[in-house]
Design a protein around this ligand. Structure first.
Ligand SMILES: NC(=O)c1ccc[n+]([C@@H]2O[C@H](COP(=O)([O-])OP(=O)(O)OC[C@H]3O[C@@H](n4cnc5c(N)ncnc54)[C@H](OP(=O)(O)O)[C@@H]3O)[C@@H](O)[C@H]2O)c1
Length: 285
């Protein structure tokens, strides 16, 4: 039995859709059964639980041999992931798959990648079989850009001359489902998969151009002031910790410290290319 966390979010939802398409039965731990009721209607076994409550995690893990750990960024992400890992270890879980980030590189001082590194270290030390899936910068980060660019003609982000490789969360979910349901799971044990879509590494002029092509009007990249940008997006973040942590990540991209690396891993494993940014934006337009 598979246990999925994060089904009401981007990547957990995408993983669930891909598992359902494959006809695979699985269980999902959710904090709010009502919020997840559409999944129940699709035949997903829902278990009420919260990573804040190890007893609920322990109950959800009964009869489970594979679990997917997905949590949002936050000051509690590291603590909650370490708690889940310890509960899973004690429960004798055979295989844990964690959604991580390619920025989880030793030497970083950024809080989000540091939390991923701590969780990856705990998983590797746990004795459980493990797989890390590390998608690059999500295309979903641009989900509101077409409307905003239509209004202003500008893609305003404080990214300097920084570059990124991009992944559609739907591809990340399809990839996780593919790995989880492989007839030969052992070939994924101890693997760290950095995945991206098919686009080359792009700067934000390139991205503005693609948005412009999709919305049918010229879009210029506006390398805006980081502090003004942070204040503008603060209301959309969970709290100040989240807002500051995202600003740190963006500053690292702008400075060229994390230039993004395109990989062929998705294409090689899935036998098809991932979704390009243009395809993603066209899909959501
Ligand atoms: N942004 C990027 O470009 C990027 C790139 C690579 C990797 N990542 C990583 O992707 C991860 C976020 O994935 P996502 O975008 O799929 O997240 P998301 O859409 O924010 O979804 C988070 C999920 O976690 C659940 N959750 C939150 N707190 C919980 C708790 N205490 N107990 C149980 N479930 C809980 C949420 O449930 P509720 O509905 O109950 O809130 C929701 O289902 C982060 O770790 C991030 O570092 C991000």
């Amino acid at each position: 039995m598979i246990l999925l966390t994060g089904i009401t979010g981007n990547n957990g939802g995408a993983t669930a859709n891909a598992l359902l398409e494959k006809g695979v039965q699985f269980r999902a731990l959710v904090r709010d059964l009502n919020k997840a009721r559409d999944w129940s209607a699709k035949g997903v076994e829902l278990v009420k639980g919260d990573l804040e409550d190890p007893e609920s995690v322990k109950a959800a893990l009964q009869g489970v041999d594979r679990a997917v750990l997905i949590l949002p960024n936050g000051e509690d992400q590291q603590r909650l992931e370490l708690s889940f890992i310890e509960t899973a270890r004690q429960a004798g879980l055979a295989w844990i798959l964690k959604l991580s980030s390619p920025e989880a590189i030793r030497g970083t001082t950024s809080p989000i990648p540091l939390a991923h590194i701590a969780a990856e270290d705990a998983i590797m030390a746990s004795g459980m079989n493990w797989t890390f899936v590390r998608p690059s910068f999500f295309m979903q980060n641009f989900r509101s850009s077409p409307a905003a660019c239509k209004a202003s003609g500008k893609l305003s982000m404080p990214m300097g001359n920084g570059t990124v490789a991009l992944t559609d969360c739907a591809d990340a979910g399809a990839f996780i489902a593919h790995v989880l349901t492989d007839d030969n799971p052992a070939r994924h044990y101890g693997q760290c998969y950095n995945i991206t879509g098919p686009d080359p590494v792009m700067d934000f002029n390139d991205i503005a151009k693609i948005i412009g092509e999709v919305i049918g009007q010229n879009v210029e990249y506006d390398d805006c002031d980081p502090h003004a940008f942070q204040e503008a997006i603060r209301p959309f973040h969970r709290n100040d910790w989240h807002s500051d942590a995202v600003a740190r990540l963006f500053a690292e991209i702008a400075s060229g410290e994390t230039p993004g690396v395109k990989t062929n891993t998705f294409q090689e494993m899935m036998g098809r290319p991932g979704t390009s940014l243009k395809e993603y934006l066209t899909k959501i337009a």
